[in-house]
Design a protein around this ligand. Structure first.
Ligand code: GLU
Length: 415
């Protein structure tokens, strides 16, 4: 499986739920296509004086339920079909969590790890200049994603405000607190994911205190997933990884100590007192909870039969292929599908939009309280749908989300 296949996986899941919903074939065909997309070439003068031209995209998948919403990724292996698949997933995510938003995604082919801060700032600002006519509050609102962060959002907001000649704080979410960012946004995806895990644990009779956890990815989501598990739920994080390697310690790792090591060494690999393993081995560990928190298509036909976890909580977008699902289901593994599990990020992004519109700032407890209410409600609606349609969690999540998008399209008179 390679990255190109994410849109195919989305289509396969869509076809399965279309049968449950008894969806008209023409509507199904419409839902398989992004509504519009922009491809841009972005010249940036690098520190050595060379002009380097980057390729960038913004895909607005479906806006039936409101302005489109979704992150921007900076990644060297980016391709537009992945962005399309991710934009579709954002559409289902916003609908499932009942946010008045559609779905979008953006990306730039670049390697931020090899760029200076100045070069990254120039690229971030140039990307916004290139897509400024396409996005905007009330139209399409970007946010952080893989290898972008609140600093990148601050530059983008600033550039857009220069272009529009007004303080356009609402153009992106995931901003620093000083620039209209929301409390609780930085770890919202991880916290929300753990709220979903809580529901799954209650349902499957798993005790979270002492439960063993393996996490693939140690960026914003993976690191905060480790912290939440360790500090809020008393779970034992036995393995973590990043793109350069993985570490395993059956007695449990201290997530903060691993991050301190990563900050100096540039990777979690080599963390003292832990065994070095591969990313592949991490996925196959005998743990209670497996958290893929990196990229798409990592649990595939190739390794699904060797996955031993009791619960797979998909903090990443699209980590499991449809073929793999067909193997994991009969094994009795409880999957919390991506757009249910990782909705916390966009939920708090939506809270940030609400606060920006009202020039308000909510306390952290208020954000977490509302986040918990949203995550728990969505989990329970999906669980109800598993019974209604007699399907697994992913197909049930698709049914709930797609039905809402289709209802909006009908109400608008699009179909
Ligand atoms: N990038 C995050 C996601 O995939 C957040 C998107 C947003 O906040 O708009 O859900």
């Amino acid at each position: 499986m390679n990255h190109e296949d994410l849109l195919t996986v989305v289509h396969q899941n869509l076809c399965a739920c279309a049968l449950d919903l008894n969806l008209n074939k023409n509507i199904e065909a419409l839902l398989k296509l992004p509504r519009r997309e922009l491809h841009v070439s972005i010249p940036v003068m690098m520190d050595d004086g060379r002009i380097k031209t980057f390729q960038g995209f913004r895909v607005q998948y479906n806006s039936a339920r409101g302005p489109t919403k979704g992150g921007i990724r900076f990644h060297p292996a980016e391709i537009v079909n992945t962005i399309r698949g991710l934009a579709a997933i954002m559409t289902w995510k916003c609908a499932l969590h009942d946010l008045p938003l559609g779905g979008a995604k953006g990306g730039v082919i670049c390697n931020p790890k090899e760029m200076s801060k100045k070069e990254l700032e120039k690229l971030s600002r140039a990307y916004i200049r290139a897509v400024a006519d396409f996005i905007g509050p009330g139209r399409d609102i970007p946010a952080p994603d893989v290898y972008t962060n609140e600093q990148v959002m601050a530059w983008m907001m600033d550039e857009y405000s220069i272009i529009t000649g007004r303080a356009s704080f609402g153009v992106v979410t995931g901003k620093p607190i000083a620039l209209g960012g929301s409390e609780g946004r930085h770890d919202a995806t991880a916290r929300g994911g753990w709220m979903a895990i809580c529901e799954a644990a209650a349902q499957t009779g798993m005790e979270l205190a002492g439960a063993t956890v393996a996490i693939q990815g140690y960026g914003n989501v993976g690191y905060n997933a480790a912290l939440c598990g360790h500090e809020l739920y008393g779970s034992k994080v036995v393995a973590v990884s990043d793109s350069k390697g993985a570490v395993y310690q059956p007695e449990g790792l201290d997530p903060r100590a691993v991050m301190a090591h990563k900050t100096t060494a540039g990777t979690v690999a080599g963390f003292a007192g832990a065994a070095g393993i591969t990313n592949e081995e991490l996925l196959e560990l005998d743990v209670d909870i497996l958290i893929p928190a990196a990229l798409e298509n990592v649990i595939t036909l190739d390794n699904a039969d060797r996955i031993q976890a009791r619960i797979i909580a998909e903090f990443a977008n699209g980590p499991t292929t449809k073929d793999a699902d067909a193997i994991l289901g009969p094994k009795g593994i409880h999957i919390i599908p991506d757009f249910l599990c990782n909705g916390g990020g966009v939920i708090v992004s939506y809270f940030e939009m609400v606060q920006n519109f009202n020039m308000d700032h909510w306390p952290e407890e208020e954000v977490y309280r509302r986040l918990d209410a949203k995550m728990t409600a969505a989990y329970r609606q999906v669980f109800e749908a598993t019974k209604k349609y007699d399907v697994g969690m992913r197909q049930a999540a698709y049914s709930v989300a797609v039905e809402r998008v289709v209802t909006a399209m009908m109400d608008r008179g699009w179909i």
